[in-house]
Design a protein around this ligand. Structure first.
Ligand code: 4NP
Length: 146
């Protein structure tokens, strides 16, 4: 497994945070993030999300939002969605014949979804869950290597 794409709605809160946290735990992978919506294309991650991440040592400042598209299915080995709506919106764009796995990121930590802190304002809880998911992903890759 070499390349992973993280997808949320706006690509300014959850998926850039997931990208940054996983990059810190699993160096050497090709990582990116995208949003199913296009409202924030070109924007850096949301200020409060960047600030909360920065307090934990994750620098998200260089990331810029982009919109998810069908070409991403062929460009990545694995795609993680942050919630069920993201998962549906991603699957609706799957090209014929493509078999790239699309997984619910939160399921790595036995959760239903990564709640959107843009609306809940719970940036710490979001990072807690993303860190738990990233730890589980790291364990999965360790197990696959053995
Ligand atoms: P995200 O949060 O999907 O975690 O990046 C959102 C940020 C902004 C909007 C939606 C979700 N928005 O509609 O502007």
């Amino acid at each position: 497994m070499k390349s992973i794409l993280f997808v949320c709605l706006g690509n300014i809160c959850r998926s850039p945070a997931a990208e940054g946290v996983v990059r810190a735990r699993l160096p050497g992978l090709v990582l990116d993030s995208a949003g199913t919506g296009g409202w924030h294309v070109g924007d850096p991650p949301y200020g409060p999300m960047q600030a909360a991440a920065s307090m934990r040592g994750y620098d998200l400042s260089q990331l810029r939002a982009r919109q998810f598209g069908p070409a991403d299915f062929d460009a990545f080995d694995l795609i993680f969605a942050m919630d069920a709506a993201n998962l549906r919106d991603i699957e609706a764009q799957r090209p014929a014949g493509n078999t790239t796995p699309v997984e619910n990121f939160a399921a790595l930590a036995d959760a239903q979804e990564v709640p959107d802190p843009y609306y809940t304002r719970d940036f710490e809880g979001c990072l807690d869950l993303i860190e738990a998911c990233a730890d589980a992903l790291s364990c999965r890759f360790d197990a696959q290597r053995q």
